[in-house]
Design a protein around this ligand. Structure first.
Ligand SMILES: Cc1cc2nc3c(=O)[nH]c(=O)nc-3n(C[C@H](O)[C@H](O)[C@H](O)COP(=O)(O)OP(=O)(O)OC[C@H]3O[C@@H](n4cnc5c(N)ncnc54)[C@H](O)[C@@H]3O)c2cc1C
Length: 370
């Protein structure tokens, strides 16, 4: 059956869009060149932390906070419908202060958060060590934001993909979209494996690869890959209760004691791999946060590509080509922003009037290429 919407890419963005649209009785076909979750969405730490990640930009923080609350609802919905726990936990985040420069940054952050009504507390070294005893005793203070959360990206991705399929979306794996087929100024469908697949609309959610697909009239560098290397270990009892940011890195602890340490930010094109330098960086930062991790065994390591954009905001909505939409470019916050993105795409597909968010994230803010 001819789909209403073709979604290109089966990462968390593509699966979330497919689930949201399928729930609205839109016929969706998802085309994924590998398998759902093959790339960045499975590599992520799952931090839902707009208070730390976007504290300099009030608009980005507002988007993040809204999406974080959509995550809370989505987690309940997926649990009710499918009995899947996606690991949403409002564990809170802590930003550590090691020196004067950190102190200045944390104070600016606290002011920015308070202006927007986000509750945060500045902790003394003693407060911190009482709450999180495994933290480096060299800290001189910390900022605590209780409302931020975490989720387990792989569990979330499979639950959302399952939800999409249950609602009637069709997934085709191993299907690489070679180009977007455009008639005049209007998208007609996509070319995949020598076959033309037509739909009323095409939504490209191909992460770091989005602007490489011919037919999207945007410069290739409008979305570019930023490699992130991570590693994981196991601690017993779990080393921290909250997500710890500090020394340029972070440590995320799951309730079962699994610990994820991240991450590098490297402009190396699509070069895959784990490097000695990258691991040294990640390990050094994690040890600065928690010296006890020096004795932990490395259980896993991986890397993937965050889709970066020139202005740090994602590209969501219709492009210069009529009926060709993007849901991509979420950089460090794609897990966080997935539910909000799906909502904005659903609004665009049903021709709802544009909201302020939709205007600000429109791909049309970047110039059209031939
Ligand atoms: C190390 C690391 C840690 C991160 N931690 C966090 C975090 O804690 N919190 C957070 O919010 N975000 C985090 N992120 C960012 C987040 O992972 C990304 O922003 C998000 O996963 C992007 O999702 P996506 O679906 O757009 O892209 P992807 O997950 O990369 O999916 C894109 C999909 O498109 C497919 N595809 C590409 N080209 C084609 C084609 N031509 N035809 C068909 N299919 C195609 C790919 O195979 C892939 O499956 C992290 C990222 C990294 C790398």
């Amino acid at each position: 059956m001819r789909p209403d919407v073709i979604v290109v890419g089966g990462g968390l963005m593509g699966c979330s869009v497919a689930y949201r649209l399928a729930k609205n009785d839109v016929r969706v076909l998802v085309l994924e060149k590998s398998v759902p979750g093959a790339e960045a969405s499975s590599a992520a730490a799952g931090i839902l932390g707009p208070s730390v990640e976007s504290f300099r930009d009030a608009f980005a923080r507002q988007l993040g906070r809204r999406s974080r609350e959509l995550h809370a609802e989505l987690a309940d919905e997926l649990d009710d419908l499918f009995g899947v726990d996606v690991g949403f936990r409002r564990c809170g985040v802590i930003k550590l202060v090691f020196d004067e420069a950190d102190q200045v940054e944390v104070e600016a952050q606290a002011t920015a958060l308070e202006v927007n009504g986000v509750r945060c507390e500045e902790w003394t070294r003693e407060d911190l060590l009482q709450e999180e005893p495994s933290c480096n005793p060299e800290v001189i203070g910390a900022l605590h934001v209780a409302e931020d959360a975490q989720v387990e990206p792989k569990k979330l991705l499979s639950a959302v993909a399952l939800g999409a399929e249950r609602e009637g979306a069709v997934f085709r794996t191993g299907s690489t979209v070679r180009h977007i087929v455009v008639d005049g100024d209007r998208a007609r469908g996509v070319q995949v494996d020598g076959e033309l697949l037509e739909a009323d609309r095409v939504v490209v959610a191909a992460g770091s690869w989005t602007t490489l697909i011919p037919g999207i009239r945007l410069d290739a560098d409008t979305i570019y890959p930023v490699r992130g290397q991570m590693l994981a270990t196991q601690t017993r009892p779990p080393i921290f209760r909250r997500i710890m940011f500090g020394a340029g890195g972070y440590v995320v602890t799951r309730p079962d004691g699994r610990v994820l340490c991240g991450s590098t930010e490297e402009r190396v094109g699509f070069a895959r791999g784990i490097t000695f330098g990258g691991m040294a960086e990640v390990i050094g930062r994690a040890r600065r946060i928690a010296p006890a991790l020096a004795n932990a065994t490395v259980q896993d390591h991986w890397s993937s590509f965050r889709p970066g954009t020139p202005d740090g905001l994602p590209l969501v909505g219709e492009t210069h080509v009529d009926r060709l939409l993007l849901a991509s470019g979420h950089y460090r916050n794609g897990i966080l922003l997935a539910p909000l993105t799906a909502e904005l795409i659903a609004e665009a597909v049903t021709d709802k009037p544009s909201s302020r968010e939709a205007e600000a994230l429109s791909p049309r803010r970047f110039e059209e290429t031939d």
